[in-house]
Design a protein around this ligand. Structure first.
Ligand code: PMP
Length: 446
């Protein structure tokens, strides 16, 4: 069982411990610290997520796939339902009461999401379908306008395909060069390699805040500072950070930050791009249509101010309303307490999984979140996932949309267990028991 006397290191957005929180993140995983864990009543929190009380294959559900998509609390579902039942109309257009209420709900969600991202200016939040669309928006709009054949863009070898393929498409359109920061054996970005690539004076450095396979928390402030010093803008893929860490775009200093609702207790099909206002003003529209114009004639059109300029057509109103409620749910739980709980789970999982013979964990031990990729002997990750599923344990198996990273490690894929605010130490034990059972099925692990 998890020693609840272990401290829980609260991480700042760049992965460093908060000033008030000693050096626990730096110490993470060695199990030598002492101190109280903030109260986090997992049972009470779980009770707020209806799906977590169901059974799968005759066993209580152990949901360890939140890095792919987290579950939603009743509060978010209720808010969406209330919108659909009593407030639905199109936004921004109508002058009737329902349209006014829908618009208010939609814009109120923007306030909550802006607070979550850490910007005081809600007009810097553009609603998108998710992280993927947010990155595509920047690649199409900013990239189309400001990147040419002689320009370079720096990415990293740990990017999710969502922060890679849009840039490959841009490179195919413009002829710009793409360069990739190497990953160390421990699973961190090689900052010397970054410096080498920055000598090319790229237009942009685009990188993930937290690796969805390795759990690595990248030193965002440091990378942004180096990118800016080299004259580049910095885009951060926050899909795996916004649900877990104290994201604060002002403190991080980046230029673009992308994240998704469904990984932070919200609905699918909705997310956000945060960008500095001057950039949104300078960038051309991404898509044309209703809502995003100021005036239209047959000869041409002028654009609405951001964020409307980037929200063409009727948006996913109910999704946005749910996204806003999810951001408020996390704020009410306390994001520092949430990060502390996850940090405690991370330490416990590192100890328990690390003790299993034949299991190889990927990613660093320190400065990381609670997503764990592993291989177990030569058992195929899909087989592992299937065996665990028979015990109601949901994990992910495959390349996790990180094929270049898998190539880097010379593997086709991994099994991945990811923990969130509603997971408990008992569920880590259940995972370990399930892995022991898998070892029996495969007559030992080699
Ligand atoms: N980036 C990272 C690091 C991710 O983990 C994911 C989701 N797996 C994405 C981008 C894409 O997010 P979405 O599918 O919500 O657009």
């Amino acid at each position: 069982m998890m020693d609840t006397n272990h401290p829980a290191g609260v991480l700042a957005p760049d992965g460093r411990p908060l000033a008030a929180d000693r050096d626990s993140a730096a110490a993470g995983g060695d199990g030598t610290e002492t101190g109280p864990t903030p109260a986090w009543d997992v049972a009470a929190i779980r009770a707020r997520f209806p799906i977590l009380s169901r059974e799968v294959n005759g066993h209580p559900l152990v949901y360890l796939d939140s890095a792919a998509s987290s579950q939603q609390p009743l509060r978010v579902q209720d808010r969406v339902e209330r919108y659909l039942r009593m407030q639905h109309a199109n936004v921004h257009r109508g002058v009737h009461q329902l349209s006014a209420e829908a618009t208010e709900a939609y814009e109120d969600a923007r306030l909550a999401v802006a607070a979550h991202a850490g910007t005081p200016d809600p007009s810097e939040i553009v609603f998108t379908r998710g992280t993927t669309e947010a990155v595509n928006l920047v690649a199409s709009s900013w990239g189309g306008a400001f990147v040419g054949p002689d320009d370079d863009i720096v990415l990293t070898k740990m990017e999710h395909h969502s922060n890679l393929v849009p840039w490959q498409l841009l490179a195919a359109r413009t002829g710009c060069g793409l360069h990739f920061v190497d990953v160390t054996a421990e699973g961190r970005l090689d900052l010397d390699d970054l410096d080498r690539l920055l000598k090319r004076r790229p237009r942009l450095v685009a990188f993930t805040h937290v690796s969805n396979s390795l759990g690595t928390i990248n030193p965002v402030r440091e990378i942004v500072a180096r990118a800016h010093a080299a004259g580049a803008l910095a885009l951060v893929d926050g899909a795996q950070a916004a649900p877990h860490l104290l994201t604060d775009v002002t403190r991080l200093g980046c230029d673009f930050y992308a994240f998704s609702g469904h990984k932070m207790c919200g609905p699918t099909g909705v997310g956000a791009l945060w960008a500095r206002r001057e950039l949104l003003e300078a960038m051309p529209p991404y898509q044309g249509g209703g809502e995003m114009i100021s005036e239209v004639t047959l000869e041409g059109s002028s654009w609405a101010k951001p964020p409307a300029k980037f929200e063409a057509g009727t948006p996913n109103i109910s999704g946005v309303v749910g996204f806003g409620e999810a951001a408020r749910f996390l704020a009410d739980l306390g994001r520092e307490a949430l990060a502390s709980h996850e940090d405690a789970l991370t330490r416990y999982a590192l100890g328990q999984l690390g003790a299993i013979e034949g299991l190889r964990l990927y990613g660093p031990r320190r400065g990381r979140t609670s997503v764990f990729s592993f291989t177990y002997g030569d058992v195929h990750p899909h087989d592992l996932s299937t065996i665990l599923d028979q015990r109601g344990i949901a994990i992910r198996a495959g390349h996790h949309c990180n094929q270049p990273l898998m190539d880097h490690y010379g593997i086709a894929g991994t099994a991945r267990a990811s923990f969130y605010l509603y997971n408990s130490a008992e569920e880590i034990d259940a995972l370990c028991d399930g892995l022991a059972m898998a070892a029996e099925v495969f007559h030992g692990i080699s």
